[in-house]
Ligand binder design. Structure first.
Ligand code: FDA
Length: 583
């Protein structure tokens, strides 16, 4: 490989949610990084949109939450998943979604200082890139990754300038492959995958059409349409998705993968859009069309030496549950602080092994969950007596039976209601979004048994302070202001939480911080201390005594927990940090 034209500490391939978030975090942590990305700009279509609370917490940590909220559609307008024969046609039922069901709202409010929202990928990416670039991230657009070679000290990466065709190399200490579902980095690493690509075929149609009269009274991010063909390929049913309320939309419509992708010209796109809307009198403008495949595939190894893959490069699945970009952002949050600690010489390279242990199982979990959600549309079709092949006449007749006054029709109505309720596992899956628990060397176990989930683990978030869990959010008092436990931690630092009587931990943290040359922020909670426990929520959730402590990693996961102060506090904390940092 030729002499490197550029040198950087971390080189990132791809400027999608995974790559841009990694870069922004590294720049915030003071690590030199460069992003190489294939095209002249960022995402050119809305793609991902549901932005869950864990992703919003990362944006809050980066200081861009407000900017995102300004461009996003709020939770309140996302909440009525509608199932219908067309937007103008009959409504089969609705499902409160994304935490909008009154008795689920509290779960979401209590879990995080942030709110779930809807922001299309082409609007969110420039905000994340801006957050990084302002702090020093270097972006090279129109630049394609070709290959890399690793040695003991780093990675040489061969790239091609797509404008001039010229090839050149970049030298980095570490390489991150955030180059999406067709990852060339993963291919060159020969990462092993399980599962199958191309299990279904699907198309996206982005269009302008003012549908206010059909949707404003039942605001939602998603409208599901049952029509002949809507159970072929795709994501379980025809989908009309809000891009901007209520005049820009994205249709997801399936095709039979065995027939190969159809040519979706404007005429076909209009025909499908008008069929799903059910009204040809409203002006329509097709903006964009594309085809894509439904995948059920995850990497069982996600890194190799000094190269780490993340995002769609390691988990390839349909958009069901809205987990794609959200999980990619969490991959970035997990890896970025570890890379920063190693680059700055604060941690041993061994800490990077924990990326595989912590994020590997999540890749499998979300790929399986998203694909299961497609299958779970089946009971809706079955409840209406519709088999694999939906004949328009049969569909109409079976749906008419729903309205009859007889025991069979009553049963059918009950089956349909239950089938729609089952879709909570796609649209109210708060536990899948928030319940990540890590086990690895970068977590110092306190020897306690894994706790049992008291409610359905997929549907409900359960706060925990067991090492490996995510720091629970509660509002603390800051002499007049209300501030989240997440606001006083993160930002690239370890944070030690303790209470009155925990002075030994505080002193130990200060001394260890100096001896290991790492930043440990200390937070003492109690009357007349750094923060007060405003609503008494910290005491009920922390699962330690006043004199105990929790040590939080920069990605909000709990590294160490001590129930109460001990004589050997300093040794305990020192051992824990040594293990976590792989020293
Ligand atoms: P992504 O594909 O976004 O980015 C890859 C980057 O790598 C791009 O910048 C590309 O240019 C670059 N690249 C590729 N090859 C390269 C090379 N050789 N050299 C240099 N650069 C290269 N997710 C979610 O969380 N919520 C949701 O609601 C939805 N909804 C949704 C709807 C639809 C219709 C789709 C198709 C997808 C979703 N998703 C989603 C999924 C989401 O879009 C996807 O998971 C994320 O974009 C993945 O982010 P990555 O950064 O991993 O890859």
């Amino acid at each position: 490989m030729s002499n490197p034209r550029y040198e950087t500490e971390v080189l990132i391939i791809g400027s999608g949610p995974a790559g841009s978030t990694t870069s922004a975090l590294l720049s915030n942590y003071g690590v030199k990084n460069m992003v190489v990305t294939k095209y002249g700009w960022l995402a050119n279509s809305p793609r991902a949109h549901i932005t869950n609370q864990r992703a919003m917490e990362v944006f809050r940590d980066l200081g861009i939450e407000e900017e995102i909220i300004q461009k996003a559609v709020p939770q309140e307008l996302m909440g009525n998943n509608v199932f219908c024969t067309s937007l103008a046609g009959e409504e089969l039922g609705r499902l409160y979604s994304w935490g909008n069901q009154p008795n689920r709202m509290a779960d979401y409010t209590l879990a995080s200082p942030t709110k779930i929202c809807d922001i299309p990928q082409n609007l969110v990416e420039p905000i994340i890139v801006g957050a990084g670039a302002r702090k020093g991230s270097k972006y090279k657009f129109d630049t394609e990754y070709i290959s890399h070679e690793q040695d003991e000290a780093g990675v040489n990466v061969l790239c091609r300038d797509r404008l001039s065709g010229e090839e050149f190399s970049i030298r980095a200490q570490y390489l991150v492959g955030a180059d999406g579902g067709n990852s060339k980095v993963a291919e060159n690493l020969n990462l092993p995958y399980e599962g199958e690509m191309g299990v279904g075929g699907s198309m996206n149609i982005v269009f302008k059409m003012d549908l206010t009269k059909y949707v404003a009274h039942r605001p939602s991010a998603l409208y599901w349409v049952m029509q002949p063909g809507s159970n072929v390929g795709g994501i379980g049913m025809g989908l009309v998705r809000m891009v901007r309320p209520w005049d820009e939309w994205l249709i997801v419509w399936g095709y039979d993968i065995n027939d190969g992708p159809p040519e979706v010209n404007d005429d076909l796109a209009k025909e499908i859009a008008i069929k799903l809307v059910g009204d040809d009198s409203i002006p329509i403008e097709i903006l964009q069309t594309s085809t894509w495949t439904v995948n059920h595939c995850y990497a069982t190894k996600i890194s190799d030496g000094k190269v780490f893959c993340m995002g769609d490069a390691i988990h390839r699945h349909p958009p069901s549950n809205g987990l794609g970009s959200n999980t990619s952002i969490q991959d970035a949050f997990n890896l970025a602080w570890k890379l920063a600690s190693v680059v700055k010489g604060e941690a041993n390279e061994g800490i990077l092994d924990s990326y595989q242990k912590e994020r590997g199982p999540i890749a499998k979990q979300i790929v399986d969950r998203a694909n299961k959600s497609i299958e779970e549309f089946g009971p809706i079709f079955q409840s209406l007596g519709l088999g694999d092949n939906i004949e328009p006449e049969q569909m109409k007749a079976n749906m008419e039976k729903l309205k009859d006054n007889n025991p069979a029709s009553e049963q059918q109505r009950e089956d349909l209601r239950k089938a729609i309720a089952l879709k909570s596992y796609e649209f109210n899956c708060h536990g899948v979004e928030l319940n990540q628990r890590y086990t690895s060397n970068a977590i110092f176990s306190d020897g306690t048994a894994e706790e049992e989930y008291l409610r359905d683990q997929e549907l409900y978030y359960q706060a925990s302070t067991r090492p490996g869990a995510h720091l629970p959010h509660v509002w603390l008092g800051d002499n007049g202001h209300q501030i989240s436990t997440l606001d006083v931690s993160g930002k690239g630092k370890f944070t030690l939480f303790t209470g009155i009587g925990g002075e030994e931990w505080i002193q130990s943290a200060i001394e260890i911080s100096k001896s290991l040359n790492i930043d440990i922020k200390v937070v003492q909670i109690g009357p007349d201390r750094d923060y007060t426990d405003l609503y008494g929520e910290w005491v009920t959730i922390r699962n330690i005594k006043d004199s105990g402590c929790l040590l939080i990693r920069p990605d909000f996961h709990i590294a160490f927990r001590a129930t109460e102060v001990r004589k050997d506090a300093k040794e305990q904390l020192f051992n824990a940090l040594n293990q976590v940092l792989g020293l």
